[in-house]
Structure formats: C-alpha cells, structure tokens
Design a protein around this ligand. Structure first.
Ligand SMILES: NC(=O)c1ccc[n+]([C@@H]2O[C@H](COP(=O)([O-])OP(=O)(O)OC[C@H]3O[C@@H](n4cnc5c(N)ncnc54)[C@H](OP(=O)(O)O)[C@@H]3O)[C@@H](O)[C@H]2O)c1
Length: 413
C-alpha cells in the first residue's frame, strides 16, 4: 500500500539516502545488467494498457547521462497520455513519464558538468518511468544535498510550470490576487507556495471539499469546486483578480475569464475537464471544446485583458526553452534551500502499482504529488496480480478488463 502524507517519513528516508552516491551505486546497481524494468503503455486506453515489462538497458549517447532512477513523478498529464487524450499522441507501445530523479551511473562522450554519483533530477520527453534512463544534460539538474528523492520527483514539473506562469507570463507582484483551480493538486500547491514568497498576494483556491482542511493554510480563500465560486470570489473581490490559472478548460474558462481585472492575465495550461471516465471520451472532448470561451481579440483590446497559454513540455522539447527552464530551476532550488518552498508528496507507489496510483488521481483523491518509487515493493494484490513484471516485453497481448477482479488493499485516509 502506498504511504501517505505524514506516514511516509520512514519510507521516504529509506528510499532517500541523502548520501547516496558512488558508494551506493557500486553496492546496489547491477551496472552490467542488459535489461531493466519499465512501465509500458501498450496502447491508448484504460488502466489495463499499463504493465511493467523488461526492456533493453539504455546506454548514454554523446552529451547524455545515464541515471539509475530512484523516483518518478506521476502527473495528471500522464492520465491524458494513457487515454490518448493529447495532441499528436506518439506511437505505442511507449514508456510514459516526464520526470524522474536518481543517481548518475555513467556519462556519454562529450558530456560536461555531471559525473558518476551525482544526485540529479531530469525532465524526459517520455521514458521516465523506468529503472534506468538516458537523457541529454540540457534537461538534467543537480539536486540539493538535503533534498530527498521523493521531493525531487515531486519538484520539477510542478514548480517550474507554476514559476513560469506566475513570474514569466503573468508578472506576479506584491499585492496581486491569483485564482487557481485544483488548488490541492501538485501544481496547485506549487502555485500556492510560490505566491506566498511575494508579499500580500491573495490566493483564491478551488478544490474538492474534502481537501479543504488539509490545504486551508496554503491559500487565502478556499472554495468548493461544486459551488458557484465565481459569485463567491466576486463578493470578496468585486474588481476581480489579477491572474487566473486555468487547468480545466471548458465551461470554467468562460466563467473564470469574467473574473479577470483590467490588465489581468488569464493562463490556460491544462484540460483536466476532458478526462471523465477511464478511457478517452469524444463527448467530453467535444463538450470542453464547445464550451470553451471563443475569444475575440477586439474584445480583449477593448477590455484590457491578456490571455495566454502555457505548456512546459512543449517549451522544453519543441521550442528550445531549456535555458530559460535551467535559470528558473536555479531560482527554484534557491527558494527550496531557503526553505521557502517544499513539494507536497501525496503518496509513494511501486512501479507495479501504477494503475492504482493513476486511479487515485482519477478519483480526485490526491493532495499534492504521486510518486513512483522505483525501489518500493508492490503491496500484494488481493487476487491475481495483473501488473507483475512481464518477461514477454511490450508486445505481449493485452488482457482486456484485467483490472476488474483484482485489487490491492484499499487506501487508509
Ligand atoms: N501546461 C503545463 O506545462 C502543465 C504542467 C503541469 C501540469 N499541467 C496541468 O495542470 C493540471 C494539474 O496537474 P497536476 O499534475 O498537478 O495534477 P493534480 O492537480 O494533482 O490533479 C489531480 C486533481 O485535479 C483535479 N481535477 C480536475 N479535473 C479533474 C478530472 N476530470 N478528473 C480528476 N481530477 C480532476 C482534482 O482536484 P479537485 O477535485 O480538488 O479539483 C484532482 O485531485 C492538469 O490539467 C495538468 O495537465 C500543465
């Protein structure tokens, strides 16, 4: 069973050997192994498309590092990838995952700035959910000594995205107000913490009601996502807000847009509303698309409003934004070292528990980030385990509906 919140300290410390480096590598790492374990998405669809298989061991090319992975971040976007609910989906089978952390095990030729034993975190353009990854150093950052691996896996994507939106796109300054959806989620909590580094910023957070007692101190005002929060915010702040961060898309977009003050910035950075059931729903897709406010630039000019879009992964992997991201990461790591920000970890899961972990996000159960802990052993299933390591590789036939009759021990909240 995954460990959660305060209960995770013991386990986290076992996986997070702060001194892990060369010594740990030589003791633990099967450096000469020809294979490694990875989560594989066999095809787009439901949870049953995921399994853990053995794959060939990757080796670093010029300018790359090979990382023995300790932990990986599981993001809402990974659900959308699994469903094929993204623009230009890549071909399957694929190894999902966009971020991980671990220890540098070897370096390719002409690789500078990193050496064997470095504790690092990395962005990946897929392929992160594996025991070993290789990636160009443009996307790799050294972890602070005091940072634990679970924290590192919860850090990069959420804090970098939150920082760029707040400070690079929207120019957050003293005295401003920010409205953030999914405030209890991983990005939501990063937004709330970064806002608290600027004096006198008011944060209006929207989240499911059961999360309120856990996250109430992280934002100024908290609203249940099922209430008419637009009216509530208008009552408190009749002029509206300076920044709206919208990761939902669809009907919320038009409503939240009406809250924007003159010269305010509206940033669309996700489409969570498109995820309804376990598999991609064309109805939800069409509904979100149809309900999203169609923006007339002339109206924007008349109303003095700024509308922006933001995708960190596109910035990094398609638009050459790695230098900007590196400078943002430096600032974020300073804030971390000054103890001004700290990633919120919801729970830790073994690779073999990836289905249950994804289900937890589907069910809106998480507060903060879900982590795949590569060294964690899965909790035994109550019936047949459908997620055991497969020797057959990713071409193995997919047993449809295999998730129905088996379950792990339930969560304890
Ligand atoms: N553009 C970028 O660069 C970028 C980077 C990172 C993340 N994102 C986007 O930011 C959003 C948050 O990402 P995250 O990884 O931090 O996830 P997260 O917020 O931890 O995601 C889970 C939470 O989202 C909320 N939610 C909203 N709609 C949902 C739905 N249809 N199904 C299930 N949960 C839903 C739920 O919270 P409540 O029930 O409390 O609302 C849930 O607990 C996602 O849309 C993601 O794609 C964008």
């Amino acid at each position: 069973m995954a460990k959660e919140g305060a209960d995770m300290t013991e386990e986290t410390e076992y996986m997070i050997d702060r001194n892990a480096g060369k010594e740990a590598l030589s003791a633990e790492s099967p450096i000469n192994a020809k294979e490694m374990r990875a989560v594989v998405l066999a095809g787009f669809g439901g949870l049953n498309k995921l399994r853990v298989t053995k794959k060939a061991m990757p080796e670093p090319q010029d300018g790359e590092v090979k990382i023995r992975v300790k932990a990986c971040g599981l993001n809402f976007l990974d659900l959308m990838v699994r469903q094929g609910n993204i623009d230009n989906p890549p071909k399957t089978p694929l190894v999902p995952g966009f971020e991980c952390c671990g220890i540098v095990e070897s370096v390719g030729e002409n690789t500078q700035g990193f050496e064997i034993g470095d504790r690092v975190m990395a962005f990946m353009n897929y392929n992160a959910w594996a025991e070993v990854v290789c990636t160009p150093t443009d996307f790799v950052y050294k972890m602070p000594d005091e940072m634990m691996f679970a924290e590192a896996a919860a850090f990069s994507l959420n804090f970098v995205a939150a920082y760029i939106m707040l400070f690079e796109v929207a120019s957050l300054r003293e005295g401003m107000s920010v409205l953030v959806h999914s405030a209890g989620g991983a990005v939501g909590q990063a937004v709330a913490q970064l806002c608290s580094t600027v004096p006198n910023v008011t944060v209006f957070g929207i989240a499911s009601c059961f999360k309120h007692s856990s996250i109430k101190d992280s934002v100024t005002h908290l609203f249940d996502r099922n209430t008419d929060y637009i009216q509530e915010v208008k009552k408190m702040s009749p002029d509206g807000v300076d920044i709206v961060l919208d990761c939902l898309c669809g009907e919320n977009t038009g409503k939240s847009l009406s809250l924007l003050k003159p010269l305010g910035t509206y940033i669309l950075y996700g489409a969570s509303n498109m995820v309804t059931g376990e598999t991609k729903s064309f109805f939800s897709f069409a509904k979100s698309w149809w309900q999203v406010e169609k923006v007339n630039p002339i109206k924007l000019y008349e109303e003095n409003k700024v509308i922006a879009g933001f995708s960190l992964l596109n910035l990094l992997f398609k638009q050459g934004g790695c230098h900007l991201v590196k400078s943002v990461m430096d600032k974020l790591l300073r804030l971390y070292e000054e103890k001004k920000i700290k990633p919120v970890v919801d729970s830790l899961w073994a690779l073999e528990e990836v289905k249950e972990a994804m289900q937890r996000i589907h069910d809106r159960g998480n507060i903060g980030k879900l982590i795949l802990d590569v060294e964690k052993s899965p909790t035994p299933l109550m019936a047949n385990d459908s997620t055991e390591t497969s020797e057959a590789g990713e071409e193995e036939e997919d047993p449809e509906g295999d998730n129905d009759s088996k379950e792990r021990m339930p969560f304890i909240h």
